[in-house]
Each structure stands twice: as structure tokens, then as C-alpha cells.
Design a protein around this ligand. Structure first.
Ligand code: 5CA
Ligand code: ZN
Length: 409
């Protein structure tokens, strides 16, 4: 699949710091020291509805990761998937009488437009589940042949008991796992499973549903977790720096992915850091496609909201916080954008070298975007009140805000 065009990232004087980031697996903040090429995998959308503010907030967090690394003079090798065949997508297509491939293509195209408008840097590899199937099948066969998977009425399940580290990403107890498994795509109550939590690796073809050649597995389609493992291992390899997504992916998705990879390679965990963004809510409940309480990025854009203001609204919350989208959040961001633009539109002003370091420091410290915004706010306030004459200052601030926060002033 093709991704979307990259906005330019201006180079800043000097060099940024190493990224410190909260890792769910070790339950603490770790300093990542990637090689010259940092490796990032971010779980992509299931394209059955448009990009909402919750998605945008999560992708914003990982866009900041890229920007910190780029400023730290690393190259970034970034991979993202599109779950373009899965139960919720097929169910939505059936409900609305649409062709499932057309639905997936349409929503993926809209996602690309939204990401471009928000200045999110694109992945180098943007891979759909369907196109990954030829790589998924041999992995499932290997898991089965190694005794880490078993068959149940033609479907193939992964045995969580084959992984001694199981639980090491999400640290949940068995009861919590069981509840979340039922909520998030699992089938803990299906009779015949070795462990209720065991996730499906390969689903045998169902009447009326799309299916693909699975070699010795028979016709069918892939499970969700093995999709991301296959794509990540093919394009990044084991031990990449970050696997990212919203906190609702810690269990079962990232837990199961780490287990699949452990069973395949003997190594744990697949990523050096498991990074999870908080959930954005609307009217007191998590924004979700299944509940339908959504604010779409595309709808805001159509209503004339500047994408830079949407981005500032996302940045005004720490990525790990759970927060609520309200009209006030957006109104504050619109006002902030106006103030910042007024401040940099002067031909000269307050020297900004210290500001560059403050923004760098805030972001390198577990992506503290609110602290970065506060630092820019302080410069803006002084700038709007002062008669200093540093001619490089407004340009430097614009470049800093663009390069590190993805906001075009
Ligand atoms: N295709 C899978 C990942 S492989 C999937 O979870 N797709 S998704 O469309 O449901 O979600 C895409 C990303 O947005 C995930 O990282 C998910 O955790 C995140 N996300 C979904 N809802 C919210 C929300 N309300 N707030 C923050 N992030 C969210
Ligand atoms: Zn994923």
C-alpha cells in the first residue's frame, strides 16, 4: 500500500537528546539508545470508519517519537499496518450493504488525507493485512509445527501457555485478561480451547466471507495479532525500538504479539519498549467506532477548522493521559494558534535559542508535549510584549514548532 506524502522537517541548530519513554512491559521509564536507524512499529487503523480524534491523538504521540529521533540525528524506519480484513470491517460492510474492499479503501484514503493535513510523518512501509497474508501463513505453520499452536474445527489457535513470559507486556491478572479478551476480539467462551485466552492465528474460510490460500492451513484468513507480528518481523526484525498504539492495545493485542514472536524466535519481548497512549473520550465515554461517539478529523476540517489547531489541541494533553474532547479544548487551541502566529509574524524579537532546548528537553522526557507548549507560550508572551530585535528569532521559533511539534505557523 502507499502511505501519504511527508511534510518537510526543518533542521534545527545543534542536536536533540535521547528519548526517554514509558514502557508498559517494564512498567517504568527507559532511555532508548537506538542505533543510527531507530525502528518504530505503530499499529494502524481498522478502516471501517473515518479517523476520529482518539486515533489522531495516538498517531500524534508516535509522530512526536519520530520527531525527537530525527532531531537526535537518527534515521527512522517506521512501519504501520492497516487491518484491512477483520470481523468489525466485514460486519460493518455487511450492515451497510457495501463491498468490504471498497469500504476499506475509502476509509484508508480518508485516513491518509487526515494524516497529511495533520502533518503526521508517514511510515516507509504501509502494509495491509491482505497483502501480508503470504508472509503470515508460513509463520502460523511454524508455530503449529513447533507445538505452540493447535487446530480446532479447522481454525488454528495460539497456545498462550507456550510462552513463559505471557503477561509480561500488560501485567494483568487472569480475570482481567479474560474480560478484555471477550471485549477486544477474542472468544474466551468457545468450547474446546486449551486456554480461554488463546487467540486465533488462522480462521478457516466461513460461508460468505473472503478467504485466501493458506497452504497446509487450508483456505482462510489471518488472526489479528499475527498480522502485526508478521509485518513487524518482516520489515523491522526482532528487538525493534518501539511498538506503539493506544492503551486498549496493551492487552490482548501487544501481549499476544509478543508471545507469538517469542514462540517464533525464542526472544522476548519483540520491541524494546511498548508504548501506549491514553484514551480520548467524548461525553464521558471512550471515543470508539463501535459506540459511535465520535468526532472525526475530516468533519472538523470540512467545518473549516485549521488542522494546525487540531494538532495543538492534541498536543495540549500528555499522551499517556486519558482525556475528554470538548469544544473548549478546540477553542483554546484555536486561540493559541492565533497568538503563536501573531508572535512569529513580527520581523524580529526575543532570542529563542533557549526555547529550542526547552522544547527538546520536554519532548525527550516521555513526550511531555504540554510542557513544550507551555515553553512556547512563555516565549510568545514575552515576544508580544517586547521590543527586542533578534532577527533570527521568529524564524527559529517557527522551525522549532514545525520540526518538533508538527505545527505549521
Ligand atoms: N487495526 C488495529 C491495530 S493493529 C486497531 O486497533 N485499529 S483501530 O482503528 O481500532 O485503532 C487504531 C489506533 O487508534 C489504535 O492504536 C487504538 O489504540 C487507537 N485508538 C482507538 N480509539 C482511541 C481513543 N478513543 N483514544 C485514543 N486512541 C484510540
Ligand atoms: Zn497491531
Amino acid at each position: 500500500m502507499h502511505a501519504w506524502p511527508a511534510s518537510e522537517v526543518p533542521a534545527l541548530p545543534g542536536k536533540g537528546r535521547d528519548l526517554q519513554i514509558h514502557d508498559s512491559a517494564t512498567q517504568g521509564t527507559i532511555t532508548l539508545a537506538p542505533g543510527p536507524v531507530a525502528r518504530l512499529y505503530v499499529c494502524g487503523i481498522t478502516p471501517y470508519d473515518a479517523t476520529h480524534i482518539g486515533h489522531a491523538a495516538t498517531y500524534n504521540a508516535f509522530d512526536l517519537v519520530q520527531r525527537v529521533w530525527l532531531d537526535n540525528k537518527r534515521q527512522v524506519h517506521y512501519v504501520q499496518n492497516v487491518t484491512d480484513v477483520d470481523d468489525p470491517l466485514l460486519e460493518r460492510a455487511l450492515r451497510d450493504g457495501h463491498d468490504w474492499t471498497e469500504l476499506a479503501e475509502r476509509e484508508t484514503a480518508l485516513f491518509r488525507e487526515d494524516m497529511t493535513a495533520l502533518r503526521m510523518l508517514p511510515p516507509q512501509h504501509y502494509i495491509g493485512a491482505v497483502e501480508a497474508i503470504p508472509g503470515i501463513v508460513p509463520l502460523v505453520e511454524r508455530l503449529r509445527d513447533a507445538g505452540a499452536a493447535y487446530e480446532l474445527d479447522g481454525d488454528v489457535y495460539f497456545s498462550v501457555e507456550s510462552d513463559p513470559h505471557f503477561g509480561g507486556v500488560s501485567h494483568l491478572d487472569a480475570q482481567a485478561m479474560r474480560l478484555l479478551s471477550a471485549e477486544r476480539g477474542g472468544d474466551p467462551d468457545r468450547p474446546g480451547k486449551k486456554n480461554p485466552l488463546d487467540p486465533m492465528l488462522w480462521m478457516a474460510a466461513r460461508e460468505g466471507e473472503p478467504s485466501w490460500d493458506g497452504a497446509s492451513l487450508g483456505r482462510g484468513r489471518p488472526g489479528w495479532h499475527i498480522e502485526c507480528v508478521a509485518i513487524a518481523l518482516e520489515h523491522l526484525g526482532m528487538g525493534f525500538d518501539i511498538q506503539g498504539g493506544g492503551s486498549d492495545l496493551a492487552f490482548p493485542h501487544h501481549e499476544m504479539g509478543a508471545s507469538h514472536a517469542q514462540a517464533l524466535t525464542g526472544e522476548f519481548p519483540m520491541a524494546k519498549a511498548y508504548v501506549h497512549a491514553g484514551m480520548v473520550a467524548l461525553h464521558g465515554e471512550k471515543m470508539s467506532k463501535s459506540k459511535g461517539n465520535l468526532v472525526f478529523v475530516s468533519a472538523l476540517r470540512r467545518a473549516g477548522v485549521d488542522p494546525a489547531a487540531i494538532r495543538l489541541a492534541l498536543l495540549s494533553h500528555h499522551y499517556r493521559a486519558n482525556w475528554e474532547w470538548t469544544d473548549e479544548v478546540l477553542a483554546e487551541a484555536v486561540a493559541r494558534l492565533e497568538r503563536w502566529r501573531a508572535a512569529v509574524s513580527r520581523p524580529d524579537g526575543v532570542p529563542a535559542d533557549a526555547l529550542v532546548e526547552e522544547v527538546r528537553e520536554a519532548l525527550a522526557r516521555d513526550l511531555d508535549a504540554p510542557a513544550a507548549l507551555a515553553a512556547v507560550d512563555r516565549w510568545v508572551e514575552r515576544q508580544l510584549a517586547s521590543d527586542e530585535t533578534d532577527e533570527t528569532a521568529p524564524g527559529l521559533v517557527s522551525r522549532t514548532v514545525d520540526a518538533l511539534l508538527g505545527v505549521a505557523l
